[in-house]
Design a protein around this ligand. Structure first.
Ligand SMILES: [Zn+2]
Length: 421
């Protein structure tokens, strides 16, 4: 909290000592919890001391605090391998803080609960065409779903510590949705519309509600689901609109104003079909869900994204020629756009997410072919194109996980919640 740091301008030696001690404890809590979170196998107290360079007494005191605060639990005892009492490993608690991930999209609402270990504990989805619905009504329905998710979390002994809302649009400062073209939203003050509906317990350092672009959150979900360490990739969410999340060196690249990743409006045919954005020949008009369905001769433009993708995948798997041709053309358009991004950013991995994930068997080959042809370095630095690890509604999962990641990074905010002064 800002007040704590103001204390660094101190007038007495005793206050300075208290601040140093507080900061050291805060650091030790974060170091030990981070080690437990990143470990492949539950570490023991002795193992943590060896790995961190902290004394065993310090590690024990820190671990006791983390256990008392429901951030860490002792794993089941390991089988006895020799003399003496087997050391009990430490794991992230399954009944402590949790993140709430919310999503409002063109054809569904979602609410999911992710615990500290990153496990999805609940995932509620309500199908609805939200295009004719006002933003206030859509958010009221979402809030009702969030209340259901919270009740499920509470039944599990979890405490919601923060919420992240994914929207398919451009999000400005303070959670103001500047534009969500496929929802028909413009300048929607989401936090104001959700005000008066407290969903989470206040935790210092964890915003109660973050509003973020869905493609960015889906990319974060993919980042969290993979191995630890710096990774760079492009994650593309293919729905009615197409969005991308850019991860560079293990961190989301949001752009100067937070609006990076609008790959759906990358021109693949400069004089091509008119687009909702006012431009022509945008990728969305060739590789978006509606474009693929129309090219395949399917009248299902109103289908939910994952239903449409499943239907396309079923038809392609059965060898339907129109569907195969539609997917091949979409893959070429997608590959043209992706090759441009790879040339610019030197990424070694492209992940196809959202509605693209089940279509990856048919989209990957043309995308790879375009990359091979268009990316200068492709001959000696191949680019991997693969489906996303997370399934549908991965943005909600990424959003919920981003909440618990904040707690792992700075556990003192959770441990001191409700403490005044
Ligand atoms: Zn466009």
């Amino acid at each position: 909290m800002a007040g704590m740091w103001h204390c660094q301008v101190v007038t007495s030696a005793s206050t300075a000592g208290a601040v140093r001690q507080g900061s050291l404890r805060e650091l030790n809590l974060a170091v030990v919890l981070g080690r437990i979170a990143a470990a492949d196998r539950p570490p023991s107290r002795a193992g943590l001391a060896a790995g961190t360079g902290l004394t065993r007494a310090t590690v024990s005191a820190v671990v006791d605090d983390l256990i008392a605060g429901r951030l860490v639990a002792e794993a089941e005892p390991a089988p006895r391998t020799g003399a003496g009492r087997p050391a009990r490993g430490l794991v992230l608690a399954a009944d402590g803080p949790a993140g709430l991930g919310l999503e409002v999209n063109v054809d569904y609402l979602a609410a999911c609960v992710v615990d500290l270990s990153g496990t999805v504990r609940h995932h509620l989805v309500r199908r609805a065409d939200l295009r004719p619905v006002s933003p206030a009504d859509a958010l009221a329905r979402l809030a009702a779903l969030a209340v259901e998710a919270r009740a499920a979390a509470v039944r599990d002994g979890l405490t919601l510590a923060g919420a992240t809302l994914a929207v398919p649009g451009l999000v400005g400062d303070g959670g103001l949705v500047r534009l969500a073209p496929n929802l028909g939203w413009r300048d929607v003050d989401v936090p104001a519309l959700l005000a008066g509906r407290p969903l989470v317990e206040p935790v210092d350092g964890v915003p109660p509600l973050v509003v973020e672009n869905e493609a960015n959150l889906a990319a974060l979900g993919e980042l969290y689901a993979g191995p630890a360490g710096p990774r760079s990739f492009l994650h593309i969410t293919g729905e009615i609109g197409i969005g991308a999340g850019i991860v560079l060196d293990g961190a989301l690249y949001r752009g100067a104003r937070g609006w990076s990743g609008e790959i759906g409006h990358f021109p693949v045919q400069p004089q091509g079909r008119p687009c909702r954005c006012g431009g022509r020949g945008c990728l969305e008009r060739y590789a978006g869900q509606e474009a693929i369905l129309a090219a395949a001769g399917l009248p299902g433009a109103e289908l939910p994204a994952d239903t449409a993708a499943t239907r396309l995948a079923d038809l392609a798997g059965a060898g339907d020629r129109a569907t195969l041709a539609a997917l091949a053309d979409a893959g070429v358009a997608l590959g043209v756009a992706v090759a441009g991004v790879v040339n610019l950013l030197d990424l070694d991995t492209v992940v196809l997410g959202g509605g693209y994930a089940p279509l990856a068997p048919w989209l990957c080959p043309p995308v790879v072919a375009e990359i091979s042809q268009r990316v200068l370095t492709a001959a000696w630095s191949p680019v991997t194109v693969r489906p996303a690890a997370l399934g549908a509604q991965s943005a909600a999962v990424g959003g919920a996980t981003s909440v618990v990641r904040r707690i792992v990074d700075r556990p003192v905010g959770w441990l001191t919640r409700g403490v005044t002064g």
